[in-house]
Design a protein around this ligand. Structure first.
Ligand code: AQP
Length: 342
């Protein structure tokens, strides 16, 4: 039986952190066993906010190398760079022309990011969810792993596919049943979808774009830096660590990180740390983080020493992705009535 196809990606907007790993990439690694997996580095999304041209290519390579270092296996997954497959931009244009503007104006992430940018906000930022719809729909993805923050965007992708393309441009088969142009994807809500919060504020998520580097642990931070960041992480004056106390978001976050990074799980970690003070807990968490990241950093160093290997992986991924994406694009062009390219 054919495996359900999954597509996901991360923007190369800076160094990947524990949130990207525990909330996304670590789950992708498990999905490889059971699904047909496509993972891209979404570099076209990275320029929807101001970016540094001298940094983009290096960050794109780094993100792809980190996918592999975290356990994404190119023999089982298609790993590629979004902008290497031009069909993403082309399908995004076709979808733009059928997507009502007010669907985009109500996207929460746009409103939040637009506030930060004031007059400088680009059309690209508004259009981000349409490009994301193109990313997903091009690969006939059955499932898209989504965190809380991306649910609204996936819903939009579903509405564009169903209401704006299939309902308007789909044909009927000989049996009278509609033949969809685009596959309507389902969200994949992961049981272990960890949401990692900032080290300096337990109520906001750990993020690449937070100007305070101390708010996140990146996957390539050396052990001394990890220890330093954890030492400085915000805590509270209460003795003993616990889960689920809304008054203690930082405690919940740090204990949650310890449970995952130590491999002990929530129950064991909570029992171990129930009476512990911060002075004992923080070195324990630092040790767990350093040990969990050690194999990722080792593999990353190996990959960095052999750039040709990453080039080969991305070239092969591009070829596989291109074949699937182009077929969907041509199907959509035909449904919309374009002259065939011959
Ligand atoms: N703190 C987090 N906890 C759990 N999951 C997270 N993800 C991001 N931050 C956390 C998940 O990582 C994937 C890729 O994210 P992205 O880089 O495409 O964009 P993002 O969600 O906007 O991540 P950042 O770090 O906050 O980036 P910037 O600062 O550039 O916007 C997604 O699956 C996301 O859920």
């Amino acid at each position: 039986m054919q495996r359900a196809r999954v597509l996901s990606g991360v923007q190369p907007t800076g160094a990947l952190h524990l949130g990207n790993w525990l909330g996304a990439i670590r789950n992708w690694v498990h999905l490889q066993d059971s699904h047909d997996t496509f993972f891209c580095v979404v570099d076209l999304h990275a320029i929807t906010v101001p970016h540094e041209p001298g940094q983009l290519a290096a960050d794109t390579r780094k993100t792809a190398a980190l996918y592999l270092a975290c356990g994404i296996d190119p023999a089982r997954s298609t790993v590629f760079v979004q902008s290497h497959v031009p069909a993403h931009s082309e399908l995004a244009w076709l979808l733009n022309c059928v997507t009502p503007l007010n669907w985009l104006e109500r996207m929460i992430q746009f409103k939040e990011k637009a506030i930060k940018q004031g007059d400088q906000v680009s059309v690209g930022l508004l259009d981000y969810p349409v490009l994301m719809a193109a990313d997903i729909l091009l690969y006939d993805a059955d499932l898209v792993p989504v965190g809380e923050d991306q649910k609204q965007h996936l819903e939009l992708a579903r509405d564009i596919a169903q209401q704006r393309i299939n309902a308007r441009f789909g044909r009927k088969g000989a049996d009278g049943e509609p033949i969809p142009v685009l596959k309507v994807p389902e969200p994949l809500i992961l049981k272990e979808g960890a949401r990692v919060m900032s080290l300096t504020d337990g109520r906001s998520k750990m993020s690449k774009s937070d100007p305070n580097e101390g708010s996140r642990i990146t996957l390539l931070d050396p052990p001394e830096l990890i220890t330093k960041k954890i030492k400085r992480a915000k805590t509270d004056p209460v003795m003993g660590l616990e889960f689920g106390n809304p008054e203690r978001p930082e405690t919940d976050n740090l204990l949650g990180l310890y449970a995952i990074l130590s491999g002990k799980g929530r129950e064991v970690a909570a029992a171990e740390c129930a009476a512990m003070g911060w002075g004992s807990f923080k070195p324990l968490l630092a040790e767990a983080a350093v040990e969990a990241l050690r194999p990722v950093q080792q593999r990353y160093a190996e990959l960095s020493a052999d750039p040709a290997e990453l080039d080969r992986v991305l070239a092969a991924g591009r070829e596989r992705a291109q074949a699937v994406a182009q077929a969907t694009l041509e199907r959509t062009r035909e449904a919309l009535g374009f002259l065939a390219r011959g």
